[in-house]
Design a protein. Sequence first.
Length: 166
Amino acid sequence: MNRLFLLFVITALMTTGCISPAERNEQLLNAVARGDLQSTKAAIEAGASVNTPTAKGYLPVREAAAKEDTTVLMYLLSQGADVNRNTGDGWTALHSAAQFKRPKSVRILLDSGADPAARNKMGRTPLDCIRGVARLRSSQGNADVAETIRLLEDAENKATYKSGRR
């Protein structure tokens, strides 16, 4: 019986490579930050969680959305990344995409069910975030800011209409 258990332990260690779940999640976030789809896939296949924040509180889906890496973002979503998951600050991937003026990410997230009315701990919606950016920087002539605002306003209007909160 001890031999069988030892064989099981050795097999498990060889399969996992002796890497902790936290380290796997860090590997996933690093791959996403680099825009490395192959390493992203490898990290997930090795057991990294698409919905578990790293020790510093970062989520892969937020990172991909903020960088507007649409290929990695869509892959994460296809692997079950929660489009409305937030960390302790209440920020979702949609907040990050709005903050960084990423209209392609905003569209993908909204099409995937992101909540345009989600509020972070400061009470701000994604639309509030992009409006703040637009006030700080001249948005005149910035197509990304204008498109991001338009997408979020449309989404908020649809959500308000559906809920009857006119």
